[in-house]
Structures are given as structure tokens and as C-alpha cells.
Design a protein around this ligand. Structure first.
Ligand SMILES: Cc1cc2nc3c(=O)[nH]c(=O)nc-3n(C[C@H](O)[C@H](O)[C@H](O)COP(=O)(O)O)c2cc1C
Length: 187
């Protein structure tokens, strides 16, 4: 069993990465493999809408997307993590969602019935928009999203500030426990 956490922040070791590490730490403690992928270390170009993946499980763009898509396919659980950028997920994560999502959608919903969910960091506003944006990606792809005790947003601006948001951190820990529980149930 494995959970892959995709971090969409361009800021290496920033709040989103630290939050994802915390969720993966808890998942690892439950005996599930946990891997973090930093999109900041990868090249994932925006979708060009060429339609190649509508007839084949592939993408003609020559970058890091296809290997990452296959890592999602091999995983039992998927976390998408993003800071809020103007009320939205980052363009890096959106490019990943568009391309991995469209390949899966067009080729028999290859990610269906996996467990997964969002993690969001907000400086102040827009956490719910970004949570909704990410949750809807899981939903249209047929995945199963566990809840927590609130929506999965932690607040912070400077790297590390999220740890002062004890309530947000607690929500993310409960989400991670519920995701681990669900992954085991579905295995
Ligand atoms: C371009 C840009 C846009 C942002 N837009 C928002 C926003 O709409 N709402 C908000 O609460 N914070 C916003 N922020 C703040 C980040 O969400 C916040 O600093 C977060 O902690 C960054 O996470 P990171 O350390 O993982 O990069 C924005 C930051 C940047 C750089």
C-alpha cells in the first residue's frame, strides 16, 4: 500500500511541503508507504488540449508528467497539496491536475476508487475555494475522499508559520488518519 503526496508549491520546504510531510508521517506510522513529490523539482507543462490522450493513455509533451501519472496509477492513495494563489491552486498543480486527470478520465477512469484528498495552505483567504477545486478533481475522477474535523486548510505565510495554527494542523492529522484507515479498507 502506498500514498503519494503531490506538492504544488514552488517554494521548496515551504508551508505546503511541511504540511504534506506531516500528513505522510502519520500515514507512514500506520504502516503505509508514503512518498512526497515536489512539483518544484519537476517540469509539468500546461495541457495544450491536443486530444492525444482521448484515444491513448499517453501525452506527447516531453516532460515529467507521464512518469508521475504512472506513479499515481500505482498508488493506493493520492494527496494533492497547494498553497492558495489568488483564491486558487498554483498553476504548477493545476497543470498536473489537468494532464494527469485528463489522461485518467479519457482512458477508463484509471484512478477511480483510489482514496485521496486535498491539503491547502492559506495566508488568509481562499482556503475553501482551493479545497473545493481540489476535491472536485478527486470526485470527477471517481476517487473517494475521506473527511476530517474541518476542511483541510492550515494558515501561514512565512515558511513554518503553519505550526502556530494548531487547529489547522490537527485537522490535517485527523485527515491523514482517516486517509490511512480508508486506504487499508480499500486494499
Ligand atoms: C502569488 C501568490 C498569491 C497568493 N494568494 C493568496 C491568496 O489568494 N490567499 C491567501 O490566503 N494567501 C495567498 N498567498 C499566500 C500563500 O498562500 C502563503 O504564503 C502560503 O503559506 C504559501 O505556501 P508555501 O510556503 O507552501 O509556498 C499568495 C502567495 C503568492 C506568492
Amino acid at each position: 500500500m502506498k500514498v503519494v503526496g503531490i506538492v504544488g508549491s514552488p517554494r521548496i520546504e515551504g508551508n505546503t511541503e511541511q504540511l504534506t510531510q506531516e500528513a505522510l508521517r502519520i500515514i507512514g506510522e500506520k504502516g503505509i508507504g508514503a512518498e512526497l513529490v515536489r512539483l518544484a523539482d519537476k517540469t509539468v507543462l500546461p495541457c495544450t488540449g491536443c486530444g492525444a490522450c482521448e484515444s491513448e493513455e499517453t501525452c506527447p509533451l516531453d516532460d515529467d508528467l507521464l512518469p508521475l501519472y504512472h506513479r499515481l496509477k500505482a498508488a493506493d492513495g493520492i494527496i494533492l497539496a497547494s498553497p492558495v494563489y489568488f483564491g486558487s491552486a498554483t498553476p504548477q498543480l493545476k497543470a498536473f491536475m489537468d494532464r494527469a486527470g485528463y489522461i485518467s478520465y479519457n482512458n477508463g477512469h484509471t484512478l477511480a476508487r483510489k482514496a485521496g484528498g486535498p491539503l491547502v495552505v492559506a495566508g488568509r483567504n481562499g482556503g475553501n475555494f482551493t479545497n473545493a477545486q481540489l476535491i472536485l478533481w478527486f470526485m470527477i475522477l471517481g476517487m473517494i475522499v475521506p473527511g476530517s474535523n474541518d476542511w483541510n486548510t492550515a494558515f501561514g505565510t512565512e515558511p513554518g508559520e503553519i505550526w502556530e495554527d494548531t487547529s489547522g494542523i490537527n485537522t490535517v492529522r485527523v485527515f491523514a488518519e482517516n486517509l490511512a484507515w480508508l486506504v487499508k479498507k480499500l486494499a
